[in-house]
Design a protein around this ligand. Structure first.
Ligand code: 3PG
Length: 307
């Protein structure tokens, strides 16, 4: 019987695993689970005889791909696929896919949740501020950015977005003001919510140059990837601008320094939490299982990212 592996260092909710099991077993496959593994050796062993695998932020590099001798497809149950070595997958003839949009609402709710938490002084009893009437800039208007915009509009925020790949009309139709220049976005907005992927063009692209343009009361919200931040620039802004605050879904490399010097001006999740809801786990996990069955049974390559 052909085997499908779910390899998740950060496991899905049980309901999602049950759903994945049903889809894959009904289609005649054997499902294997590798959860909360602590060493790469465990992953290398688990991939040895599987045809397909579902992962989250788990690293699938050239070594993992080489160990996965029978692998035909790997699906990242989520949006960002910077954890897969796409070139190595292509060389090996392995199809790589993501499940775009499936966990976007969960990530957007976390972004706004962190903003409320910080605006209210971490619920410490002191007088805070409201989001209503404040400006927010969505840096990249993709699936998550659109949900953030929608929820922010519900809070009564003024919403702006920069995304050279999205037409103005699409933003305007959703109550969002398009901005055509990234510097202008940072100049205009008290809150910036990052939704850019991590790749060679974007890594370390958010630093002092952009952050120093933000108006007083600046808050950077990062539910994208920590790698897009230039941490030297981030630390410089923390030092120069006592009004600057940083909210990040996952701790930056410079966490210790920020924690030591800038109490009350940051919040970092200890593990990436954006997609950690049972709804998002179900949406993304089941989509991944269906995509695998669709590919293995019918050759459906929709959502392939290594073309
Ligand atoms: C994504 O790219 O989909 C999110 O960052 C979620 O990642 P996770 O599945 O590791 O929580």
């Amino acid at each position: 019987m052909n085997k499908i592996l779910v390899a998740t260092d950060k496991p899905f909710a049980a309901s999602a695993v049950n759903g994945i099991r049903k889809i894959t077993e009904d289609a005649g496959y054997e499902l294997r689970l590798l959860e909360k593994y602590t060493t790469k050796a465990e992953l290398l062993e688990a991939v040895a005889d599987v045809e397909a695998m579902i992962i989250r932020s788990d690293i699938v590099d050239a070594e993992v791909l080489a160990a996965a001798r029978k692998l035909k497809i790997v699906v990242r149950a989520g949006a960002g696929y910077d954890n897969i070595d796409l070139a190595a997958a292509t060389v090996k003839g392995v199809v790589a896919m993501n499940t775009p949009g499936q966990n976007s609402n969960a990530v957007a709710e976390l972004a706004l949740g962190m903003m409320v938490y910080m605006a209210r002084g971490a619920f410490n009893g002191a007088s805070g501020t409201e989001l209503k009437g404040k400006t927010i800039g969505i840096h990249a208007y993709g699936n998550v950015g659109r949900y953030v915009a929608k929820i922010a509009l519900g809070f009564g925020m003024k919403v702006y977005a920069f995304d050279p790949y999205v037409k103005d009309e699409a933003m305007i139709a959703e109550g969002v003001t398009p901005i055509h220049n990234v510097e202008e976005l940072y100049k205009t907005c008290q809150y910036i919510s990052l939704h850019i992927p991590a790749n060679d063009q974007t890594k370390k692209s958010i630093g002092k140059n952009l952050l120093s343009l933000m108006p007083k009361g600046a808050t950077l919200v990062n539910t994208a990837r920590k790698e897009v931040i230039d941490e030297e620039g981030l630390l410089a802004i923390f030092e120069e601008r006592p009004d600057f605050r940083y909210l990040s879904d996952i701790e930056p490399g410079c966490k210790a320094e920020v924690a030591e010097k800038y109490t009350g001006r940051f919040f970092f999740t200890p593990k990436k939490m954006g997609a950690q809801t049972s709804e998002a786990n179900n949406n993304a996990g089941l989509a991944a299982a269906r995509q695998i069955v669709g590919f293995l049974e019918k050759g459906d390559k929709t959502y392939q990212v290594n073309k």
